[in-house]
Design a protein around this ligand. Structure first.
Ligand SMILES: [Zn+2]
Length: 266
């Protein structure tokens, strides 16, 4: 038997296995996203019952097997009970965890994703920022954490830096006026569509404040990002861009997003 290893992280999901055990997905600082068993974690008297719920953050003492980990003890830093008491916040939290699970891998350095998830859950609890804004910031920052975020500082084609730009999702970020040509403006796109019978897809002429917010998200460390607010118009643009970006680059349906959509539309 090997010695126990201590892994620091956040529980992303927790599934009952049989009558007594649980299988967890944990995003850790040391090993990236791992699968772990928690034996007896469904037994009412087990010390692991409360410590093996989603959102729980702490230090997990594990035994490393050949293909998976077994959690034997947990020292919890944060239970995030405030999230669990609020249906909307729970839905956001579950979605963040599912997106983090999808975006991370085992044995990679996922410490940035971990601090992003932690900061996002904290922002939900705090409630200073509108929850849909926390979501848009989380989604956009995760694309940068994965190294796949949009270019928001210069034209993706010619590297021109001064703008103005149109945000073009299929191109991967901003296009300058000369690279976008007639597609730069809504009127030009309409003319193009009439002439060619093709759809000018994925273009967004964003408000200056939306550009500012996107650049801020791209450049700022996860722990310092959740401290601003924006107008309803800017929030709408951020949400639209984030949704379009995920639709273009992630061929994946998030189960928790469907439930979240119901909550957001209430
Ligand atoms: Zn250009």
């Amino acid at each position: 038997m090997t010695d126990n290893t201590i892994l620091h992280g956040i529980i992303l999901s927790s599934m009952p296995i049989g009558e007594y055990d649980r299988r967890l997905s944990v995003l850790t600082k040391e090993r990236g996203r791992i699968s772990a068993f928690a034996r007896g974690a469904q037994r009412p008297k087990s010390a692991l019952v409360a410590a093996t719920q989603p959102f729980v953050t702490g230090a997990f003492s594990v035994i490393e097997g050949r293909t998976s980990y077994t959690i034997v003890r947990a020292e919890v830093n944060e239970y995030f009970t405030e999230l669990r008491g609020d249906l909307a916040k729970t839905c956001y939290g579950c979605y963040f965890c599912e997106l983090a699970e999808y975006s991370t891998e085992e044995n990679l350095d996922e410490s940035e994703a971990l601090s992003l998830l932690y900061a996002s859950l904290r922002a939900l609890v705090k409630g200073d920022m509108p929850l849909p804004l926390v979501r848009a910031v989380f989604e956009m920052k995760m694309t940068y954490v994965r190294g796949e975020g949009p270019q928001v500082n210069e034209c993706v084609r010619c590297r021109e830096k001064s703008g103005p730009f149109v945000f073009h999702v299929p191109s991967g970020g901003c296009l300058c006026r000369s690279c976008a040509g007639e597609l730069f403006d809504p009127e030009g796109r309409k003319a193009y569509e009439l002439r060619t019978q093709m759809v000018a897809r994925g273009f967004y002429n964003l408000d200056a404040s939306t550009w500012y917010a996107l650049r801020f998200i791209a450049a700022t460390a996860p722990g310092k990002m959740f401290a601003f607010t924006v107008s309803d118009e800017v929030l709408a643009e951020l949400r639209e861009v984030a949704a379009a970006w995920y639709e273009e680059y992630n061929d994946h349906r998030f189960r928790s997003a469907e439930m979240l959509a119901e909550v957001e539309n209430e």
